[in-house]
Design a binder for this molecule. Structure first.
Ligand code: ZN
Length: 261
């Protein structure tokens, strides 16, 4: 599929499935769709190659999906499972021969500067900074040649912090979320695709659970919904069967899932 598309690079919760110690929880280890790396998506639109978040699994995610070009990175928030793959972007700086543009809000920018200062500021005469920070608050666009791609950030609660979701081409990506305010809800009507946090069945302090995600889907009525950030409590097939009984337009995400833009 060489057309404009999104690839779900990672659909798993912060420790992935299986966990580093081999724990699969309730997920059937024989089903490849339960093998989940940390949340991230890749957007290909004409000549633009955009990543949302750089998970600790980014190297294997890009290799597996044969993604050889990245020129822009957008961050949802500053948690380790969204940001700690940032150092792996170096080869794209070498290939592009220019700094990679990073787009995020002020507080995530602050953490990135603090934790990965060497990637933004010259710290050594032997290593060049590879990233250029762009702090965004409202709608923004990413341009390459004549191609422009517009994003609208939305602010959602994520436990005791906030995360950005992003709306583009009538698609919304909200990977980490525990609550959406009425003000932000208004921006999410008439979507073609909603990709939203659905950590587990039990209630969780920093993420939407299954029942909360369904509640938002019923309010927003997107044409199609993809549930992501799935914990080891959730088995792909069991969740898919449960959703099929409810409707045919909500599906669980899996690593490598491709969506036409
Ligand atoms: Zn998070």
């Amino acid at each position: 599929m060489n057309r404009d598309k999104i690839i779900i690079l990672g659909s798993g919760s912060s420790v992935g499935v299986p966990r580093i110690d081999g724990y699969w929880g309730r997920a059937n280890k024989n089903d490849l769709k339960n093998n989940r790396t940390r949340c991230s998506i890749y957007i290909k639109y004409k000549s633009l190659n955009i990543l949302i978040d750089t998970s600790p699994d980014i190297r294997s995610q890009l290799l597996k999906n044969k993604i050889t070009k990245i020129d822009n990175v957008i961050y949802t928030h500053d948690h380790a499972d969204q940001t700690h793959g940032i150092n792996e972007l170096r080869p794209f700086f070498w290939k592009n021969k220019k700094k990679i543009n990073v787009y995020t809000n002020k507080s995530t920018a602050k953490t990135l500067y603090k934790s990965f200062a060497y990637l933004f500021i010259k710290k050594s005469k032997f290593y060049n900074p590879i990233l250029k920070m762009n702090i965004i608050k409202n709608k923004f666009f990413i341009r390459k040649n004549k191609n422009k791609f517009f994003f609208e950030p939305i602010i959602v609660s994520h436990g005791d912090t906030n995360a950005n979701g992003y709306i583009f081409k009538k698609i919304a990506y909200i990977s980490d979320c525990s609550f959406i305010s009425k003000k932000e809800i208004k921006k999410l009507y008439n979507l073609n695709i909603l990709i939203i946090d659905c950590l587990k069945f039990k209630k969780h302090k920093t993420h939407l659970n299954y029942y909360e995600a369904i509640k938002y889907i019923k309010i927003l009525k997107p044409k199609k919904t993809i549930l992501t950030n799935l914990h080891s409590d959730i088995d792909y097939k069991k969740l898919k069967n449960k959703l099929t009984k409810l409707t045919n337009n909500i599906v669980p995400a899996y690593d490598g899932m491709k969506i036409k833009i």
